[in-house]
Design a protein around this ligand. Sequence first.
Ligand SMILES: NC(=O)c1ccc[n+]([C@@H]2O[C@H](COP(=O)([O-])OP(=O)(O)OC[C@H]3O[C@@H](n4cnc5c(N)ncnc54)[C@H](OP(=O)(O)O)[C@@H]3O)[C@@H](O)[C@H]2O)c1
Length: 200
Amino acid sequence: MRKLVYFIASTLDGFIAGPDGTDPSGPGGFWTPSEDYLQHLIAEYPETLPGLARAALGVTAEGRHFDTVVEGRNSYEVGLAAGVTNAYDHLRHLVFSRTLTESPDPGVELVADDPVATVRELKRTDGKDIWLVGGGELAGALYGEIDRVIVKLSPLTIGTGIPLFGRTAAFAPNAWGLVDHTVLASGAAFFTYDRGAGTP
Ligand SMILES: NC(=O)c1ccc[n+]([C@@H]2O[C@H](COP(=O)([O-])OP(=O)(O)OC[C@H]3O[C@@H](n4cnc5c(N)ncnc54)[C@H](OP(=O)(O)O)[C@@H]3O)[C@@H](O)[C@H]2O)c1
């Protein structure tokens, strides 16, 4: 069955964005990805690069991992504010929102239904894994459905911001097992954990 994979960039102190919710690696952001981090992304996860970045870097690879991306409305609006109506037009792109009524892009499916039910339905269909891009609030709502977490760790602390599972997630300890890792010379690292594959 397809997995729901939370593939997410995080600081050492567990934040996916600053307190103001702007894109950490976007223009004026607090994190400039290192060259080795970018090269690893391009080599291993080319489908997770936004369409504009793929075009700029000449990346055309389909990618091995994901054919579908699910996103919370706040994260989607970061791109929208920059004039990008569909950052992932090379994937099936679902945006969860109970307030947006009309999709700004024919390639973006707005979903007002419960994310858990929607993801369970997606998992029952054939395909590659489903990428949960973020943000924290949606990840908190989908906490129990996440099968794999791939943390793209930046060697950075910021003190406060939007946590990995948002600001309102319930206290629910869960053990994860390390199944893959890549530590880069820059100090950035990729850690892949599967639900239940470890010991508490
Ligand atoms: N580090 C990374 O790799 C990474 C990746 C992605 C995003 N981000 C950052 O994450 C930040 C945004 O995260 P966030 O936690 O503020 O928000 P978010 O999870 O992106 O979006 C929250 C919105 O999603 C919708 N939603 C959430 N739970 C829902 C549910 N149960 N049912 C239906 N809709 C639901 C709601 O939209 P409505 O209010 O419209 O109902 C909610 O307001 C941005 O700063 C972005 O840059 C970082």
